[in-house]
Design a protein around this ligand. Structure first.
Ligand code: GLA
Length: 355
């Protein structure tokens, strides 16, 4: 059934707008986005779809394939810890900015696992913003939609995320990576190789960005930047960055080292991707993982094992992807080798699922 048919089945009439938005996987450039650095995400095949109708009153009603019981919410109280806080917060933004007047009836379907580092929240918020903005003028560009979606998370939901996820799901496509400067939002779309694939696997461990560990890392980065007298860590001067970082105390020194080296790795990875040097790209992914494990300390021993095994079994590179502390890892595998590689990985780690 299409999302419009699902909506009609639940609400008894046609939706007025609908939209499908994919999730994202970050290929390299982790925790650089709130430090003014570079990131290189692409989209995944799994996505979130929404269908929306206007309500007769001021109430918002949300139903989803996963949670079929209708939930009624008032837009004045967005944060109550329920899954529907996310779509409600998107409508709160739309109302505040004059894109939506009354209440709404909303149906959501998604095959993106939540808490997996694949940006299901950004995809849900961006799908609602795009669906509504498409029917009311003046329309917003994809970059403006991404900024709005970040505002929804930061301001309405209190999630201190950067802008990578929103930009990736609003702009990228599955056959290109989005090379993004998160400070200026200047971007370039780079074609992905045909003879290699970025294979995404879920470790079986789930996590949440609002658990507090993400916010702690962000604060540590801000403290490191302030100790180094720059407003953002990626403003450091290339020639002196590492020397200056070494003068910081633990853990600030480690956090800043990860951010700076990761930012530099993204620039190198983009060059490797453009020139078709996938071995170099893979090597950078593996170095990125080591940096997240040792300096940023956002990996888990079981994910370290998975990433190590992925390379031993023939991947050109492998790394944890997303906010950390669980979720997915991404590996660069030669196209002809994917089936055999996945079989070997599943035998070694039965808890893995491929996305
Ligand atoms: C989460 C956040 C992003 C980014 C990544 C880490 O996905 O939403 O803004 O910080 O973590 O790279």
């Amino acid at each position: 059934m299409t999302i419009e048919e699902e909506f009609a089945k639940v609400y008894g009439l046609e939706p007025i707008t609908s939209k499908t938005v994919p999730g994202r996987v970050n290929l390299i450039g982790e925790h650089t986005d709130y430090n003014g650095g570079l990131v290189l995400p692409t989209t995944v095949a799994k996505s979130v779809s929404v269908a929306i109708g206007e309500a007769m009153d001021e109430q918002f009603c949300f139903t989803s394939a996963k949670f079929p019981d209708p939930v009624r919410r008032d837009v004045a109280a967005v944060r109550n810890g329920h899954w529907s806080d996310y779509p409600l917060a998107a409508f709160a933004w739309l109302k505040e900015h004059g894109y939506w007047r009354r209440g709404a009836e909303v149906y959501i379907d998604s095959d993106l696992p939540h808490g997996s580092g694949l940006s299901s929240s950004a995809a849900l918020i961006v799908s609602i913003l795009k669906a509504v903005v498409a029917l009311t003028g003046p329309s917003l560009s994809d970059v403006e939609i991404a900024r709005a979606a970040q505002d929804v998370e930061n301001r309405y939901l209190g999630v201190p995320c950067g802008i990578m996820d929103q930009m990736a799901v609003a702009l990228a496509s599955s056959d290109q990576a989005l090379m993004l400067d998160t400070e200026t939002l200047a971007f370039e779309l780079i074609d992905l190789p045909l003879d290699y694939a970025f294979v995404v696997a879920h470790s079986g461990i789930y996590r949440r960005l609002d658990e507090g560990r993400y916010a702690i890392r962000r604060e540590e980065c801000e403290a490191a930047a302030s100790a180094l007298d720059v407003s953002l860590l990626c403003h450091l001067d290339t020639d002196s960055a590492m020397k200056r970082i070494d003068t910081l105390e633990e853990p600030f020194c480690k956090r800043a080292r990860h951010v700076w080296t990761e930012h530099c790795r993204v620039a190198q990875a983009a060059i490797a991707l453009k020139s078709g040097d996938l071995n170099a790209f893979g090597q950078l992914m593996t170095e990125s993982h080591a940096s997240m494990r040792d300096d940023f300390e956002i990996s888990l021993p079981v994910i370290d094992e998975m990433v190590e095994a992925a390379v031993q079994m023939g991947a050109a590179g492998s790394r944890l992807t997303g906010g950390g502390f669980g979720g997915c890892f991404v590996s660069l595998v030669k196209s002809g080798h994917i089936d055999a590689w996945q079989k070997e990985m599943s035998t070694a780690f039965p808890e893995i699922t491929f996305v």
